[in-house]
Design a protein around this ligand. Structure first.
Ligand SMILES: *[C@@H]1O[C@H](CO)[C@@H](O)[C@H](O)[C@H]1NC(C)=O
Ligand SMILES: *[C@@H]1O[C@H](CO)[C@@H](O)[C@H](O)[C@H]1NC(C)=O
Length: 314
């Protein structure tokens, strides 16, 4: 997808989603705050906007000091990003992680609520095995540096992955990882389990729909009334693809021996305005409206861990 189109996803189409607990309480939404776009409002303006929308969770793709400063003394929880370009240095030299934290996190942590660091974004998608191999060592360096600062309980260390780390996602109970990535995912999941941090997934039912508009019912990806599907192995009924995707990931994680790693959705959404080839885009309502309504109605049916679906959570 063209980068300007990505910005539509990440900026113009604020992706409003709630955590499970908030679904039950019916309050709170999180967004991804991307800055690859034209005519962006200033961070100070965004802070006002988010407050008016009662948004209390934000994920940044970087650790932009202007943004973090603008949210000083706010009630907003931030996930900050540590870009792929840092992974190599940090994997070999833990002092680089220490320096990054001193520069990017320490000046803000007393005033802005930073709850996690997302180390690398969709790293498996690069297919660069050297880079992929650097992910876990870099995460360990960041965790060690946080521990040195006494912040390892306050700030979680994680990474965000694209759903195409999965080989199989249908039916959800057959979810499995791509064979070539298992050697990296096994120790990565062990680390998540050890430090009790969530596994983040960027899950876009939109892409599945875009690739097979004839086979995938629009209602199934848009959280609209539809017959859904039943997983023949578990008899669980899914009436939307997003929850099926999350359960497929839980199944894949289980095949690597873990039932103790929580999955959270770090990105999802639907274009309100897309490229020429991005058919089926909807304006304004769509997934966002659907999920917010769902939140109010408390219809969540995520399985495996008894209902842990957390979106852009902390
Ligand atoms: C934000 O929360 C306040 C207080 O709970 C409520 O009155 C208001 O309607 C909410 N605004 C939006 C946009 O949800
Ligand atoms: C990695 O380390 C080298 C050597 O210190 C430095 O020149 C380079 O800028 C670093 N890369 C990043 C992305 O910080």
């Amino acid at each position: 997808m063209a980068s300007h189109s990505l910005s539509f996803f990440r900026v113009l189409l604020l992706l409003f989603l709630t955590t499970l607990s908030e679904r039950i309480k019916g309050q709170g939404v999180g967004i991804n705050y991307g800055q690859i776009a034209n005519n962006l409002p200033s961070p100070a303006r965004v802070a006002v906007l988010l407050r008016s929308l009662n948004i209390t969770r934000v994920k940044l793709y970087d650790a932009d000091p202007n943004v973090l400063f603008s949210f000083s003394n706010s009630q907003v929880d931030f996930m900050i990003g540590l870009g792929n370009e840092y992974l190599q240095n940090m994997s070999t030299d833990p002092t680089k992680a220490q320096a990054w934290l001193q520069q990017r996190l320490e000046p803000h942590i007393s005033k802005t609520r930073i709850t996690s660091i997302v180390v690398g974004n969709e790293i498996f998608k690069t297919n660069d095995h050297v880079l992929i191999g650097n992910l876990l060592p870099a995460m360990k360096s960041v965790y060690a540096a946080l521990t040195n600062l006494g912040l390892e309980k306050q700030v979680a260390v994680t990474s965000a992955h694209s759903l195409d780390i999965l080989q199989t996602s249908y039916p959800p109970s057959s979810g499995s990882f791509k064979e070539e990535f298992i050697q990296y995912l096994e120790p990565l999941l062990d680390f998540h389990s050890q430090i009790k941090s969530p596994f983040l997934i960027n899950a876009y039912p939109f892409f599945a729909y875009k690739d097979s508009p004839k086979e995938v019912p629009l209602e199934y990806v848009l959280f609209e009334p539809n017959p859904g599907m039943v997983d023949p192995n578990t008899n669980l009924h899914y009436d939307n693809m997003l929850f099926a995707q999350v359960d497929a990931l839980y199944s894949a994680i289980k095949t690597l021996g873990h039932t103790d790693v929580e999955v959270r959705i770090s990105e999802t959404g639907w274009p309100s305005k897309g490229d020429e080839n991005e058919i089926g885009h909807v304006s304004g309502s769509g997934v966002e409206g659907g999920e917010v309504n769902l939140a109010k109605e408390g219809q969540l049916t995520i399985t495996e861990k008894g209902g842990d679906l957390d979106v852009a959570g902390l």
